[in-house]
Design a protein around this ligand. Sequence first.
Ligand code: CU
Ligand code: CU
Ligand code: CU
Length: 347
Amino acid sequence: MNVLLRNFAICLFALLPALCWAEQREFNLTIDEVTIEVAPGFTNKVFAFNGQVPAPLIHVVEGDDVTVHVTNNTTLNHSIHWHGINQIDSWHMDGVPGVSQQSDIKPGESFTYKFKADRPGSLWYHCHVNVWEHVATRGMWGPLIVDPKNPSELDKSVTKDAILMMSTWESAYANSYGKGGMPADVADYFSVNGKSFPFTQPVRVKKGDVLRMRFYGAGDETHQMHMHGHDMLVVAKDGYPLASPYYVDTVPVGPGERYDVIVKMNNPGYFVMHDHVDKHMTNSGAMMGGPMTVFEYTDVKMDDWYAWKDKVYDPNFFYSESLKQGYGLFNSAPFMGKPVEQGRRRK
Ligand code: CU
Ligand code: CU
Ligand code: CU
């Protein structure tokens, strides 16, 4: 009997922390005015989380308690909406000024968001003040990846992860904070992770890799992402795993949407992926530009005439390296902008 009781007590002590203890994750974000170079000769003034576009990766596990301290160093008001978090018992953290949050975060002010990562998947975060401008044309968005507590066999088979956030830019207002994003305004640059071809990057793989791509519609237009030479298995929509995954060669990614696809990299060669909306493959009307990438199998010899033969490779352009580093908030130096000079920011 004593032994039974003792075993029961040991069991209880071992289980309780696992049942009751949620991991605490605490992060800092600033919002800064910087300039990024989206395409050759085209720079855009942005409101950048931690000075970068896209914003830093936030990577946590389902059930974690997340605290984010946000400081607004810019000249306009902002907030953060945690898109996909249901804010169960924490609706005051939903980031909508006047509804769930008393006011915008004003220039020079700070605000602390606290919430539980209450659902897994490819979530994201973005400003919820003047989204027409701040989200559609000023880069106020970034990935929030919540890993499931119990990953599926498919999840476990992934050997390479990539995040692709599609967005739009309006060159007419690139240098005018406070303007842009209205229905009559014209988007004329289109990007993946804040860059238009030729400033985009390849995805390097080897035969046998299982690639997961998480597509995000971070801008204001639908992108039809078409991958050559491979079958893409759509496994999740807006972070929700699909009961019946299905194959496509073109993924439609509309504003706010996310699609997770899994691709078996079993066709060695060099294959492109591009937006099938033709105008998106231009930079201000000039061919060719936009959200374009190439899957480069490292085991296949590069041709001498390959367009990106001499390109300097950034292995973290699709967050692949950051995603390998476990949990936390990950800044990325190549996404950093240049500070906007004081006194000239309104021009
Ligand atoms: Cu904002
Ligand atoms: Cu949203
Ligand atoms: Cu094509």
